[in-house]
Design a protein around this ligand. Structure first.
Ligand code: SF4
Length: 511
């Protein structure tokens, strides 16, 4: 905001065409986070990075007045080492395909008109005016969309199941409790394009027969809360929320619930308990939320990214959507690409892209000319994937086969200086701190794992510890109550599978 304000005032002082003013647009994240704040000058598409208040005068006087480029503000290609003038030519952006992030960095998230000018709420109009709930569900089913929050459950099937129950009321819920270290996908969507989430939820509610919805947002995301709150108000004023939406007989409204700060509240049943005002603990899932979710009523819960995909599916049609991605993992996935890569930030790529392309083309390769060692996908309970699997396609099934998972989209790249045993210890300790302690396999198992890893790192380990770690992990995967405990062993099992020699080196150092 400070740079935008300074730009406006400099343009005034310089006496440039006042028509320029409305074109200064403050958007959400532009993706290449490490190089923010960023300014794009359209229609020439000149992109300036790491802009400071000191650069404002030069931008106005040189670029806006005289069309001169300021070389020090350009991106330097990690591949060629040469400056890059436009966004189109920047290797970070070129391979990306934007669906969920289609408006993030393009529109002013605080202006509903900007969203509408970009086709926003068109899918909702089409839905309520031309489609029956069954047809909407069929379209989502045909798209092949799978939940982007971690489990990858087919969205259309979930909606169909919920719609099949006649109990009323029903609810739709958005999971915006993004707690993975290093992940900021959902935050960027909520801050940069809140109406796409809201529009997706209204369409979902229409399809399953819900009249009330909740957006559960991590408490630390104050800006996301504020942006969504404003967007809800604007949508209400325009008749997209409330009674008789767009003149139809369908009514629906939304509220925000702020999370309490517990990582486990990202788990669907714990999240629902938290909305109900109870302790945020998971429950066994033999009763499915689509039948008995929030307050025991049929509920559809999807995450931010899943909801943001919905308007596009309804606009383009499910068949068109599934042209992107792979047969079993359609569409795109948003990742926060962080760690030891040159270009860190928010990326959206077609499912099935190779890890190598993500890390070396989009990410620009490893920082400081170091060697790649591993990439961790899927958040704290994801696995670490080694160099020999760099050609693995990034989709739900391939990542699971490799012992990791898609998760919600965290991707942390590590270089050859990283100790993989330390990495496993860090994540297990994180999960031990966040385990709610309700079930024995997770409560005891994860603590024991943390102790063993601590022993190994401190030179008190022995070779038999590795089998013990794997055994505990298998038991947890089998018997823990929720996804946190079931997947918590992943960082340990994958590092033992792919980097066993590092564990042995720690153990042998002791002798
Ligand atoms: Fe709680 Fe862990 Fe059991 Fe989940 S698996 S219910 S987080 S103790």
């Amino acid at each position: 905001p400070a740079i935008a304000k300074a730009l406006r005032s400099k343009i005034d002082e310089a006496g440039l065409d006042v028509k320029v003013h409305p074109l200064i647009k403050e958007t959400g994240c532009q993706g290449l986070c490490e190089k923010g704040p960023m300014i794009r000058i359209v229609p020439d598409d000149i992109a300036y990075y790491k802009v400071s208040l000191n650069d404002v005068e030069a931008i106005v006087e040189k670029t806006l007045r005289s069309g001169e480029v300021i070389p020090k503000l350009l991106h330097i290609s990690a591949k060629t080492g040469k400056p890059v003038l436009t966004l189109r030519e920047n290797e970070f952006y070129t391979p990306q395909v934007k669906i969920a992030l289609r408006h993030v960095g393009e529109i002013d998230p605080h202006q509903i008109d900007d969203y509408i000018d970009h086709g926003g709420y068109g899918a909702l109009e089409k839905t309520v005016k031309e489609m029956t709930p069954d047809v909407v569900i069929e379209e989502v089913h045909r798209s092949g969309l799978r939940g982007r929050g971690g489990a990858g459950f087919p969205t259309g099937r979930k909606w169909k199941q919920c719609a099949s129950y006649e109990n009323s009321p029903k609810y739709v819920v958005c999971n915006g409790d993004e707690g993975d270290p290093g992940a900021f996908m959902d935050r960027s969507i909520m801050e940069g394009d809140p109406h796409s989430v809201i529009e997706g939820m209204i369409i979902g509610a229409y399809a399953v027969g819900a009249n009330e919805g909740f957006i559960y947002i991590r408490d630390e995301y104050a800006l996301a809360v504020e942006t969504i709150r404003k967007a809800i108000e604007q949508a209400r004023e325009r008749g997209y929320l409330g009674r008789n939406i767009l003149g139809s007989s369908f009514s629906f409204d939304l509220s925000i619930v702020r999370g309490g700060g517990a990582f486990v509240c990202g788990e669907s049943t714990a999240l629902m308990a938290s909305i109900e005002g109870k302790v945020g603990e998971p429950r066994a899932k033999y009763i499915r939320s689509v039948e008995k979710g929030l307050w025991g009523q049929p509920t559809v819960l999807n995450n931010v990214e899943t909801w943001a995909n919905i308007p596009v599916i309804l606009t383009q049609g499910g068949d068109q959507f599934r042209q992107i991605g792979t047969e079993k993992s359609t569409g795109t996935k948003v990742f926060s690409l962080v760690g030891k890569v040159k270009n860190t930030g928010l990326v959206e790529v077609p499912m099935g892209i190779r890890l190598r392309e993500l890390i070396f083309d989009i990410g620009g390769g490893i920082l400081g000319g170091r060697k790649f060692k591993a990439v961790q996908t899927g958040g704290p309970s994801g696995g670490c994937i080694p160099e020999e699997l760099l050609d693995l396609p990034v989709d739900f099934d391939s990542l699971t086969e490799a012992g990791s998972m898609m998760g919600s989209g965290g991707m942390i790249v590590m270089d050859d200086r990283t100790c993989m045993v330390d990495v496993a210890r860090y994540y297990v300790q994180f999960l031990a701190d966040e385990s709610c302690g309700k079930c024995v396999p997770c409560r005891e198992g994860i603590r024991r794992m943390a102790e063993i890893l601590e022993d190994i790192c401190e030179g008190r380990g022995q070779e038999s510890d590795l089998d013990l770690l794997l055994n505990i992990g298998e038991t947890m995967a089998e018997a823990a109550l929720c996804g946190l405990g079931k997947s918590a062993p992943n960082p340990v099992s994958t590092t033992i599978r792919y980097f066993r020699e590092e564990y042995l080196a720690h153990i042998q150092e002791r002798r």
